[in-house]
Design a protein around this ligand. Structure first.
Ligand code: MN
Ligand code: MN
Length: 300
């Protein structure tokens, strides 16, 4: 078993904070709301409950499948009639849990979101230790296709670990021949993504980057960049962060230059926003589970 009893209790504590936050947020998200208000509400609730955000709250709209969080001073709003994925994570002492839900202001989106939830439930009801990854992907894909939709084939679930969102193994959302298996005692996020049947069903990198991570502790030239890097290393460690989380670390007039220096020097890297290749809307559902020999325990 990779985790001892105490570590599993910390995962459960992390999951409880995340579950409560998600349920409180379901009715909060409204059309025309500022995206930054959703992100800050989620992150504030997580902190108020004694956790820390494991990554910036993602609010990904319509054909944007994942990896959008509000940049500093973001003025963009939730469009009327949109399909909104809210993806949130908590860590307690580094133990990460990850969940997502989709809010829809259109009937087609609601049907896709229900399908993502059903595919997630089907995976959770059937998964167990030693199950082949390709078989889990097949269950998810079949559930989605039986409802007349299509899975996103190049987005996957993932094992999580201490201070790690992606701890090495992936859980596909489509059938495959992978003989690799999920392992009892490991913790996994399962996250089906659903799009329209006539979509390409893959995501591509968009030019925009809103989420970052420490790449290498290295020497940077300017004092503000040094100070910013120190903050990242100490507070976020290997976990993703948003640029808005760095506001105030150095004087406002030095922020932009220092941040640019960290990125240009490859001390930090960015995660591009993921967009469905044919610009079709995407829905998502996600839970984090602890794998057991013959079932799983939903932590979120
Ligand atoms: Mn997630
Ligand atoms: Mn995830």
């Amino acid at each position: 078993m990779p985790y001892d009893k105490e570590e599993l209790e910390t995962f459960r504590k992390s999951g409880k904070i995340l579950r409560e936050t998600r349920e409180e947020m379901r009715s909060f998200v409204k059309e025309n709301m500022l995206i930054i208000d959703v992100c800050e509400k989620v992150e504030g609730k997580i902190r108020a409950k004694g956790g820390k955000p494991a990554f910036p709250c993602n609010v990904s709209i319509n054909e944007v499948a994942a990896h959008y969080t509000a940049p500093p001073g973001d003025m963009s709003r939730i469009p009327e009639g949109s399909t909104v994925k809210v993806d949130l994570g908590v860590h307690v002492d580094g133990y990460v849990t990850d969940t997502a839900f989709t809010v829809c202001f259109n009937p087609e989106g609601r049907s896709m979101a229900n399908t993502a939830e059903l595919a997630l439930k089907t995976a959770i009801d059937n998964i167990h230790g030693d199950m082949a990854l390709g078989k889990i992907g097949g269950l998810i894909e079949t559930t989605i296709k039986n409802r007349g939709f299509k899975p996103i084939s190049n987005l996957t679930g993932h094992s999580v670990g201490r201070y790690l969102i992606h701890a090495g193994s992936s859980i596909p959302n489509v059938a495959g021949l992978s003989i690799n298996k999920v392992r009892t005692g490991e913790v996994y996020a399962i996250e089906p993504f659903v799009t329209l049947p006539d979509a390409i069903g893959r995501v591509e990198d968009a030019p925009q980057i809103t989420i970052y991570r420490l790449l290498k502790s290295k020497s940077v030239k300017s004092d503000p960049a040094k100070k910013m890097l120190k903050h990242i290393e100490t507070i976020f460690r290997t976990l993703p962060f948003a640029e808005r989380w760095l506001v105030g670390v150095v004087p406002a007039e030095q922020h932009k230059v220092a941040f640019k220096e960290l990125f240009a020097s490859k001390a930090i890297m960015g995660y591009p926003v993921f967009v469905e290749a044919s610009k079709k809307p995407v829905a998502q559902a996600e839970h984090t589970v602890l794998m057991k020999d013959d079932s799983c325990e939903v932590l979120t």
